[in-house]
Design a protein around this ligand. Structure first.
Ligand code: AP5
Ligand code: MG
Ligand code: ZN
Length: 217
């Protein structure tokens, strides 16, 4: 099964992807996480990507598509993938479609998770992430038991550079899913809307229900 989580920055894609990928036995493939890993390791790709990420802009398609196609060729992606934050442009969606088609596979469903801007800003400016395992926290809505320490693994928590209010504003201006991308999946009967404004558990419930309806699993 190949599922996609689409939506503006900060609507809860990563939070939901971790839960849903676990439940459904899919690999969680997050383009933003792959970029940050490259930045940490100082790769050429990481250097290219960082310049765009720091401005709150999309990384160019040539760079992004190559990285993602490499990732889905990995053995642990063969049983199915939950994509988080990819594709974000029509070109990325078309490239993914062609790559899957070449293996006799296809995207089953794209889930569009939304929330209003005020809530998004509140979520991103209070977000803390575990350096070690990637667990996502929020200082008000999902605080760790001990500030700065991951409940799951004891790792150190950090705030993303691009969660500063001025970068968040640019991300919201530049990175909403374009209508052409939504229409690409809608026209194939493969787009489901999920209200991401609710609390985490309610979003998970609606997301899993939409997957059940959309894929029959
Ligand atoms: P990426 O890492 O994908 O960032 P993003 O799209 O901006 O999304 P976020 O990860 O910020 O938010 P999220 O929706 O995952 O929310 P989360 O669950 O963490 O991309 C980073 C950068 O990489 C981009 O800016 C771009 O430059 C580049 N990039 C990535 N993919 C690309 C692509 N395909 N093409 C080109 N460039 C690309 O939740 C946020 C916070 O809210 C957390 O604190 C969480 O605890 C809290 N929260 C979550 N759900 C709820 C809820 N229901 N109620 C209350 N709080 C909640
Ligand atoms: Mg994320
Ligand atoms: Zn951790």
């Amino acid at each position: 099964m190949y599922l996609i989580l689409l939506g503006p920055p900060g609507t809860g894609k990563g939070t939901q992807a971790k839960i849903a990928a676990d439940r459904l036995g899919l690999a969680h493939v997050a383009s933003g996480d792959l970029f940050r890993e490259n930045v940490r390791q100082g790769t050429e790709l990481g250097k290219q990507a960082k310049a765009y990420m720091d401005k709150g802009d999309l990384v160019p398609d040539e760079v992004t598509i190559g990285m993602l196609l490499d990732r889905i060729a990995h053995p642990n992606a063969q049983a199915g993938v939950l994509f988080d934050g990819f594709p974000r442009t029509l070109q990325q969606a078309e490239a993914l479609g062609r790559a899957l088609e070449a293996e006799g596979k296809s995207v089953d469903l794209a889930l569009h998770v939304t929330a209003n801007d005020e809530e998004i800003v509140r979520r991103l400016t209070g977000r803390w992430i575990c350096k070690n395992c990637g667990q996502i926290y929020h200082e008000q809505t999902r605080p760790p038991t001990q500030p700065g320490v991951c409940d799951a693994c004891g790792g150190e928590l950090y705030q993303r550079d691009d969660d500063k209010p001025e970068v968040v504003r640019e991300r919201l201006r530049l990175q909403r899913p374009p209508e052409a991308l939504l229409e690409f999946y809608r026209s194939q009967g493969k787009l489901a809307e999920v209200d991401g404004q609710q609390e985490v558990e309610a979003v998970t419930r609606d997301l899993l229900a939409a997957i059940e309806r959309g894929t029959g699993t």
